[in-house]
Design a protein around this ligand. Structure first.
Ligand code: ATP
Ligand code: MG
Length: 406
C-alpha cells in the first residue's frame, strides 16, 4: 500500500460550550491555523462537528510540522493525527490494518471504539468496532483485545467527508482562541515567572504586549537580548509581540541616593507600575500582567502588592499568584522558556537591592519616602527613553521607529 493520507483533527475545548459567539471563536481559531499553515505549505482547513480538520493539499506539505503548530494553537482541547479511509468497511479495514500496527508497536492490549457521526453509514458503531478489531488482530498478532483497561484505544470516526482512524488523542493547547479576550501589557523581566504569566494570559485569549525595564550600565545588553529572546519564544503561541523597553537607571540612582535603603525595591516597583500603566494606556492595553507569586520574595507580600497596585487603576492579572516555584518551572519548561530564563544576567530588580527589604511596607511610610524624589519628573524622563521592538513569530526582533508605532 502507498502512503496513507493523513489529516489532523483538532477538537474544540471550551469553545464547544460557547453559544451565539461560537462562530466568531471558530473563525479566530481557523485564522490562527491558516496563518501558521501558510509558512509550511498548502493545507485545506475546515470546521465541522466541533472539530477543525487540517488536510495537506499536496504531497510536499509537511503534516508533522503542521501538527506541531496545531499543538501551539489555543482553543483546542485534543489533537490527533488520523489516517483517512473511504467510507466503506473495506477501505476502513484496509487502512486500519496498514496504519495501526506501526502505531501499536510495544503495546499489549487495545480496544476499538467507533463513532458514527454520519448516520447514513450502513453499519452501527459496535459492528464497525468489532470488524476493525478483527482486522487489526490479523495484522498485529502480538496484540490482545481488552475492553476494560486497554493500553490504547483505537478510534474510528465515520464523519461527513470520510472515515478517520487514529490511536489516541493528545492534549491540545487548551484555553480560548488568541485575541478573543482583549489586550494586556506584560511586565516582562528576564526571570522564570513573567514569561509563564504571559503565556497563561495568552491562553485565556489575551493579546499580550510586553514592557521591560532595564538599567544600563548596571544591567547589560545581553540582559535585554535575553528578554527579547523570551518574548520571541512566546510568539510560538501568538503571531507577534511588541516589547517596550524603558530605562530606569536614573530612577534607581536617585532612589539609592535619596531614600532609605529598605524601601528601595518597593519604590522602584511603584515606578515600574506607574510606567507600565502609562505604556498600557499609550498602546491600548486594558490590563497589566505580572509574574508575581504571593510571598515568593519581600516585594511580593500582600503589603507590597497593595503598595504597587495603587499605582494603576487598570486590573493587574497575576496568574502565578497561587503557584509555587516548582509548578511555575513545570510550565516554563513546557513552553520552552526555562533554559533561557536561567541564563545568568542581572535584572534591574537585583541592582542596588537592600540586604533587608521591608516585607510589610506601610503605605504611608512608602509615600513619605517617595516624596523625597520628584516622582513625576523622573517618570517623564524614563518614559522618554522608551524604545519599542516588534517580534513576528519566526523572525528576529526589529526596532520600531516612532512613526511606525503611531
Ligand atoms: P521573574 O521570574 O518574572 O523575574 P521574580 O520572581 O524574579 O519574577 P521579581 O523580580 O520580584 O520576581 O519580579 C516580580 C514581577 O515584576 C515579575 O514577574 C515581572 O512581572 C515584574 N518585573 C520584575 N522585573 C522587571 C523588569 N526588569 N521589567 C519588567 N517587569 C519586571
Ligand atoms: Mg525577576
Amino acid at each position: 500500500m502507498e502512503n496513507v493520507k493523513r489529516v489532523i483533527l483538532c477538537k474544540y475545548g471550551e469553545v464547544a460550550l460557547k453559544g451565539a459567539n461560537r462562530p466568531q471563536f471558530e473563525a479566530t481559531m481557523m485564522r490562527d491555523l491558516r496563518r501558521r499553515a501558510s509558512r509550511i505549505g498548502s493545507f485545506d482547513i475546515y470546521a465541522a462537528q466541533s472539530t477543525v480538520y487540517i488536510e495537506p493539499a499536496d504531497d510536499t506539505s509537511d503534516i508533522e510540522e503542521m501538527y506541531r503548530e496545531a499543538e501551539h494553537t489555543f482553543g483546542f482541547s485534543g489533537l490527533c493525527l488520523a489516517a483517512v479511509a473511504e467510507k466503506t468497511m473495506e477501505s476502513i479495514k484496509e487502512i486500519a490494518s496498514f496504519y495501526l500496527p506501526q502505531k501499536l508497536r510495544g503495546m499489549e492490549t487495545f480496544k476499538v471504539e467507533a463513532k458514527r457521526a454520519d448516520k447514513r453509514f450502513p453499519k452501527k458503531s459496535p459492528e464497525i468496532a468489532a470488524e476493525v478489531g478483527e482486522a487489526v488482530l490479523a495484522s498485529a498478532p502480538w496484540l490482545r483485545v481488552d475492553l476494560h483497561s486497554p493500553d490504547i484505544v483505537v478510534t474510528v470516526e465515520v464523519r461527513e467527508r470520510g472515515a478517520y482512524i487514529h490511536a489516541g488523542q493528545e492534549r491540545g493547547a487548551g484555553g480560548l482562541p488568541l485575541g478573543t479576550n482583549g489586550r494586556a501589557l506584560l511586565l516582562l523581566s528576564g526571570g522564570i515567572d513573567s514569561p509563564v504569566a504571559g503565556y497563561m494570559m495568552m491562553k485565556r485569549g489575551v493579546t499580550v504586549d510586553a514592557v521591560h525595564f532595564e538599567s544600563i550600565p548596571y544591567t547589560s545588553e545581553q540582559a535585554r537580548d535575553k528578554v527579547l529572546a523570551l518574548a520571541s519564544l512566546l510568539t510560538d503561541y501568538c503571531s507577534s509581540i511588541r516589547v517596550h523597553v524603558i530605562s530606569v537607571t536614573h530612577i534607581q540612582e536617585v532612589l539609592r541616593d535619596s531614600c532609605d535603603n529598605d524601601y528601595f525595591t518597593i519604590l522602584l516597583r511603584r515606578f515600574m507600575m506607574a510606567l507600565a500603566d502609562r505604556t498600557a494606556r499609550h498602546t491600548g492595553a486594558q490590563a497589566l500582567i505580572t509574574g508575581e507569586s504571593l510571598g515568593q520574595v519581600a516585594s511580593q507580600t500582600m503589603h507590597a502588592l497593595a503598595a504597587t497596585d495603587c499605582m494603576t487603576t487598570l486590573p493587574v492579572f497575576r496568574p502565578c499568584i497561587g503557584m509555587d516555584k516548582e509548578e511555575i518551572i513545570t510550565v516554563s519548561r513546557k513552553i520552552g522558556a526555562f533554559d533561557t530564563s536561567i541564563l545568568p544576567y542581572e535584572d534591574c530588580c537585583t541592582v542596588f537591592t537592600p540586604p533587608h527589604p521591608k516585607t510589610r511596607p506601610e503605605l504611608s511610610q512608602v509615600e513619605e519616602q517617595e516624596r523625597r524624589v520628584d516622582f513625576a519628573a523622573l517618570a517623564d524622563e524614563a518614559w522618554a527613553t522608551r524604545r519599542t521592538f516588534f517580534i513576528r513569530s519566526g523572525m528576529e526582533p526589529r526596532e520600531y521607529t516612532e512613526k511606525e508605532e503611531n
